[in-house]
Design a protein around this ligand. Structure first.
Ligand code: TPP
Length: 555
């Protein structure tokens, strides 16, 4: 570009980053940016609350590996982004948040809607900057995307002062190419030294009962095929974290199940008896190593894209830092055909046993295992189930069989309610041919239900299931366990069917156990969003306590 305004340069830089959509709400201070966007190849998707837009960008980033972009205006618009930006930060999803701002010359004093957004966003982003001069646009945009997408990915933030975006560029004395976007360059992934690999291989060969704990990082970096081959070659069994669901299909005999709801999970999956734990793309933000290494006596090999977090319960003997696919392939080649004893199938057997039994459970309101059974039956192996946050999430994490990576989306870093509906809109945008279903509590659904309008406008065919119990279920569960009673947790609901109809979408309330599967299968044939209300009975304990112990750790 040789002539134009700064916002045109900015949008050209976004195009050069491959941005296809910006999710957000424009403001009076983003007028030039929006005008430039309107003349670009980028689709602007207006949302109904900035948090919804940021969750869409978050999940777009999570599923594509390319930063999703969200926009809020200064002050209130930017502040509404915060929760979902923090979600991307803790869940390691690449996201670039754009916020408007007043003119540079009014930032030093009390002025309308001015909040120091750089300070607000700093603790929830990997990096952020103010575009204080048009000349730095190409550098700032490149850096924001490079850092958001680089390991471990996360959120970055750019603040866009109104006067800077409106400035005319190319009027005098600019050097050639000054306004051009900077090129994207492939980021080299480091590889562990041969010495470290051999040390790890020695540990694996010498171990009696090794187990692996695989998480988000293995999914995010596309290492699932290498992990599966590693398991085949070495025979080492794998437990998945909530965000690692689908790394190993549950019908693989080496799958130990999803751990993290309670300390007992690790016992049941064989961690107590393990002398070596391979932590593969494991983020401590999901569950503390305290739960699986309380005595700090396990040998640990950490396989990840960046050096391990320091935690007294997580002090690896060896850290293999680099591309997970390559590391798993090389380590697997070094450790073929070593006989091992590690892991126990008890957790998986108890949980899947309950799941299978549930198909004949006619209780109504429905209990979670049957509800999950019906969803699994209605969906193909590549289809996507998105969980909101609450008791239903614990059930999904624990019991829903996931066959492929990124087919069960759970927010387990920040774990904010209101994630599922906007997440589903983004998932359907990325995978239009796959079925996308959300499960929500009646608490969390009302936190972002305004995005039903966005879904209707975009024609996003997603099915939203609300498990209705008129309570903040997981808080009731925890309070009852601790105090034998609960407080501040009960509410009434709107008529969800009428609410959905107000948005112009079909909706049904299940009145008997047979209804749910039937309605769900029908809803999946529609080419528009829909909603199903399923009265739920949480009286059976998600811990399945008598078999799996009672000490819970997850929320
Ligand atoms: C935004 C946000 N607020 C509060 C919480 C704390 N919290 C976690 S689960 C939960 C209750 C969820 O209730 P509901 O959505 O009805 O789902 P249920 O537990 O009944 O399945 C609360 C309040 C949270 N995680 N996120």
């Amino acid at each position: 570009m040789t002539k134009g305004k700064a916002s045109d340069v900015f949008v050209e830089c976004l195009e050069a980053e491959g941005v296809k959509h910006v999710f957000g709400i424009p403001g009076e201070e983003t007028l030039d940016l929006n005008e430039s966007l309107s003349r670009s190849s980028i689709g602007f998707i207006p949302v109904r609350h900035e948090q919804g837009g940021a969750y869409m960008a978050d999940v777009y980033g999570r599923l594509t590996g390319r930063a999703g972009v969200c926009l809020g205006t200064l002050g209130p618009g930017a502040l509404n982004l915060v929760t979902a930006v923090a979600d991307a930060f803790l869940d390691r999803a690449p996201l670039v948040a754009l916020t408007g701002q007043g003119d540079l010359e009014r930032m030093h004093k009390e002025s309308h809607q001015y909040i120091d957004l750089l300070r607000v966003m700093r603790p929830i982003t990997k990096w952020n900057a103010r575009l204080s001069d048009p000349a730095i646009i190409p550098e700032v945009v490149r850096k924001a995307f490079k850092l958001a997408e680089g390991e471990k990915p996360g959120a970055t933030h750019i603040e866009l002062p109104e006067d800077v975006m409106a400035a005319e560029i190319g009027t005098s004395g600019d050097s050639e190419g000054e306004w051009n976007p900077l090129p994207r360059r492939r980021q080299a992934r480091p590889e562990p030294a041969a010495r470290e690999l051999l040390k790890a291989a020695d540990l694996v060969r010498g171990a009696i009962a090794p187990v692996a704990l695989a998480g988000n990082g293995a999914i995010r970096t596309g290492a699932a095929p290498a992990l599966r081959e590693f398991v085949r070659a070495t025979g080492i069994p794998v437990a998945e974290t909530f965000m690692g669901k689908g790394l190993l299909p549950p019908d693989n005999p080496k799958a130990l199940g999803t751990v993290g709801l309670q300390s007992g999970d690790y016992t049941m999956a064989g961690f107590d008896d393990a002398d070596l734990v391979l932590a593969i793309g494991y983020d401590l933000v999901e569950h503390s190593p305290d739960h699986w290494n309380p005595k700090r006596d396990k040998k640990i090999i950490c396989i990840d894209s960046v050096p391990a977090e320091t935690d007294a319960n997580f002090m690896p003997e060896v850290e293999l830092v680099g591309d997970l696919y390559t590391i798993l392939t090389r380590l697997g080649e070094e450790c073929r055909h070593v006989p091992h004893e590690g892991g126990s199938s008890r957790l998986r057997e108890v949980v899947l046993g309950r799941f299978e039994q549930a198909k004949d459970d006619d209780a109504f309101p429905m209990q979670p295992p049957r509800a999950l059974f019906e969803i699994r039956r209605a969906l193909g192996r590549e289809d996507i189930l998105i969980s909101d946050v609450g008791m239903h999430k614990l059930w999904i994490a624990r019991m829903f069989p996931a066959y492929e990576p990124n087919t069960v989306l759970i927010a387990n870093g920040l774990a904010g309610m209101g994630f599922a509906l906007p997440a589903a809109i983004a998932a359907k945008l990325v995978h239009p041919r796959r079925n996308v279903v959300t499960v929500n509590g009646d608490g969390g659904f009302l936190m972002n239900c305004q995005e039903l309008e966005t879904a209707v406008r975009l024609g996003t065919a997603i099915v939203n299931v609300i498990w209705e119990n008129r309570q903040y279920g997981s808080i009731v569960w925890k309070q009852d366990k601790r105090f034998g009673t609960h407080f501040g947790t009960d509410f009434t609901n709107p008529d969800f069917v009428k609410l959905a109809e107000g948005f112009g979408i079909p909706a049904w309330r299940c009145e008997a156990s047979g209804d749910f599967g039937e309605r769900l299968r029908h809803a999946l044939t529609l080419d528009m969003p829909s909603l199903i209300v399923l009265p739920i009975d949480y009286s059976i304990d998600v811990a399945i306590s008598e078999e799996l112990g009672t000490e819970t750790v997850a929320t």
